[in-house]
Ligand binder design. Sequence first.
Ligand SMILES: Nc1ncnc2c1ncn2[C@@H]1O[C@H](COP(=O)(O)OP(=O)(O)OP(=O)(O)O)[C@@H](O)[C@H]1O
Ligand SMILES: [Mg+2]
Length: 338
Amino acid sequence: MTNGYGIDMGTGNLKIYSRSDNGVTLEKNTIAIVEGNQMYAYGDEAYSMFEKAPDTIEVSFPIVGGVIADFDNMQTMLLEVLEQKMGAKLKGADIVIAVPTDITEVEKKAFFDMFAKTKIKARSIRLCEKPLADALGMGLDVTEPTGVMVVDLGADTTEISVISLGGLVLSELLPFGGNKLDESIVTFMKRRYNLVIGRKTAKALKEKIGAALKPTEDTTSVIVGRDVVSGLPIEMEVTAQMIYEGMRDDLENIGGSIRMILEKVPPELAKDVVHSGIYLTGGSSKIVGLSTLFQGMTNITMNTAEEGQETVALGLGKVLTEDRFDRFGYTMKSRIFS
Ligand SMILES: Nc1ncnc2c1ncn2[C@@H]1O[C@H](COP(=O)(O)OP(=O)(O)OP(=O)(O)O)[C@@H](O)[C@H]1O
Ligand SMILES: [Mg+2]
C-alpha cells in the first residue's frame, strides 16, 4: 500500500496519522526562530524554550485561532517532522489535511498549499472538514441520517458542530480553548495571591489538579512563582480549589456557547442529539468534571472521547483506509474553481 498521512495542524499540537503503522505522532506545534526568520528548533524542543529563551530567540506558534499565521515556518516544521522524525516518504503518498469548517476558503487553501506548494510530488492532496474527522475518529458513522453534535475543545479554539448524512449542518469556531484557561489561571494567581507564574506552569497545574467542578478533596501542587510585593521568587502550595476558581468563568462561558448553538439546531436533529448525547473531544475535554458541568448546563448527556487529542488524526486515518469514508477528503481545485 502506498504511504498515507493524515495531518491535524492544531494550535497547540501537530498530530500526524501514518497509514503504514496506523499510529499517530504528536509534536508540540511550536517553532523557535533566530535572526529574523531562521528556524532554530521546532516541536517539543522549541516548546521547552517557551518563556525561557533570551531575546535573540523568538518562540512562536505557527497556527493561531485555528488558521495558519506563519506559512513558511509551519511548512518547514511540517516537512521536518514528517521526513526527519517519522521517516516519511512523501513522494507518491496520499495526504489528507484537516481544516476547521468555520474559516474562509482562502484560509483553507493555505492548508492545501502547505503540500501543493512544495517540490514533493504527492499522489493526492486532499482536505477534510475537522468536525467530520473528529466524529470518524470517535468511531461514529456520520453517513447516517442522524444528527451528531461534536464539541472539540482544543488549545486556541473550541469548535462546535452538528453533522448529518456526512455533511455539516452547522459549525462554529470559537476563538478560545485551553490556552485561555491557562491565561485565566495566571491572572487569577496574580490578582488573588500576588503571585506571578508563567503560562507553562499554569498549563501544568490545570492538567495536574484542575477540575471543572468544585473539588471535594483538595489536592495540591508546589510551584515556584514571583511574589509581586517582594519581587522575589517564592515557593507556593497551589490547591485544586484555586485552579478551579481560576477556570470557572471560562468553562461556564464554553458551556454557555454550547447552549447557544443547541438553540440553532433544527428540531429533528436536536431530537437525535438529545437521544445520543453530545460528543466531547480535543485535549481540553480531559478536564476532570467537564462533562458533568456541561451536562448540568444543557440537560444533555456528554460522551467524552478516550483520546481527545488524537480523534481528528484517527478520523483522517479512516478517510485514508476505508473506502466508504474516502469521499470525506476533497481536493481544493475542484471546490474552488469548478
Ligand atoms: N489532562 C488535561 N487536562 C486539561 N487540559 C488538558 C489535558 N491534557 C491536555 N490538555 C489541554 O489540551 C490542549 C491541547 O489539546 P489539542 O491538542 O486537542 O489542541 P489543538 O488541536 O492543538 O488545538 P486546536 O484544536 O484549538 O487548534 C491544551 O490546551 C492542553 O493544556
Ligand atoms: Mg485540535
